[in-house]
Design a protein around this ligand. Structure first.
Ligand SMILES: [Zn+2]
Length: 352
């Protein structure tokens, strides 16, 4: 019997990315054969889009709409067990937090999940992972690939710019993530999946090469959303987060543990990506140009991220995933990374 010869992966059956898609969300859900959705609305969504959502869902029997995006594991599991058994699909509408919460609740109920992100702060809307607070700390938890993805570019554009910057930071990290993964394989500590590598590389390359006047250009946003979606698929192909998450993500996860109030995932990841690309000596010029031209660095400068905390995160990073073997797992590279925070002109201007 042929086994493990080719991959069988789950990919979303609904993929709607474009302008004005929220208004047609119900039709896409109905076309996919669902009749009785339960909705989870993120913070502020009811106020901003409540009427639009209600109109969009006409013809469907919406069982319940929860205004709930509490990403503490203990809280969301309580809600998870109140989902009526007649529900046939769960929708998460809002920012990254409600996407993760609704995705995990759908997973616990063995129900299909449809992602309707209103901002593009990371690739969670198209991946099986969730970022939840477990015992008070932000942690990565596995769920299942969304059954559908519906993205209204008009809404993404109207969201605060910090979410677009966060998406940019999370996307550009595929460059360092793939490099770390290849390093890991070179040292016999992992086996890369060539198809996942190809998709991850293509996803980031199409965005860093796109010409744009503003990050709010419809064309740029479309590229960003498509590429973040592809990044989620790359992880699914690899059955691991490795093609989308290397040493730069470990530094960000470490910051999540150290900081009282962590910054947006993609903001932390983007800074760590530029740092690690310097350590790698690989494509750092491209990353620097892209993060400068998009305004990402300028945004980071306004945040006042602590250099000392970043150094602590570099030291803690290997412990986040001790079984992996990325550049940051080697002490000499951690020393270089900490030195670069002081000496690289861009990095020294970003942190305080
Ligand atoms: Zn990420």
């Amino acid at each position: 019997m042929l086994k493990n010869v080719t991959h069988q992966i789950a990919i979303p059956a609904i993929l709607e990315v474009g302008r004005g898609r929220l208004a047609h969300m119900g039709q896409a859900i109905a076309r996919a054969g669902f009749k009785k959705p339960v909705l989870f609305l993120g913070d502020g969504i009811q106020k901003l889009f409540g009427t639009d959502i209600e109109t969009a869902m006409v013809g469907l029997d919406v069982i319940k709409a929860f205004e709930f995006d509490d990403n503490r594991f203990e809280q969301l599991t309580q809600i998870a067990f109140t989902i009526p058994s007649s529900c046939d699909v769960i929708l998460g509408i809002g920012g990254g937090r409600v996407i993760d919460v609704a995705k995990y609740i759908a997973f616990l109920n063995n129900l299909p999940f449809v992602s309707v992100p209103t901002s593009t702060s990371n690739d969670s809307f198209s991946s099986s992972g969730c970022s939840l607070y477990v015992n008070g700390k932000r942690s990565s938890v596995q769920a299942r690939m969304p059954h559908g993805i519906i993205v209204d570019l008009d809404i993404i554009r109207s969201a605060p710019e910090k979410f677009i910057y966060s998406g940019i930071g999370d996307l550009v990290s595929k460059i360092t993530a793939v490099y770390d993964w290849q390093f890991e394989e070179y040292h016999g500590r992992a086996r890369i999946d060539p198809f996942a590598v190809m998709i991850a590389k293509k996803s980031v390359n199409s965005v860093v090469r796109v010409r744009f006047d503003s990050i709010k250009d419809a064309f740029f946003l479309r590229e960003l959303v498509d590429s973040l979606t592809m990044s989620g698929i790359a992880m699914e192909i690899a059955a691991s987060s490795a093609p989308a998450s290397g040493s730069e993500h470990l530094i960000s996860h470490a910051l999540d543990k150290i900081l009282q109030t962590p910054y947006l995932h993609g903001i932390q990841v983007g800074v760590a990506t530029y740092l690690m690309s310097l350590v790698h000596q690989h494509r750092f010029e491209r990353i620097r140009t892209f993060l400068t031209e998009t305004g990402f660095f300028e945004h980071v400068r306004s945040l006042g991220i602590s250099r000392e905390m970043f150094k602590k995160a570099i030291d803690l990073a290997p412990e986040i995933k001790p079984a992996r073997y990325t550049y940051i797992h080697l002490e000499e590279n951690r020393i270089t990374a900490k030195r670069l925070l002081d000496e690289d002109p861009v990095l020294s201007s970003l942190l305080t």
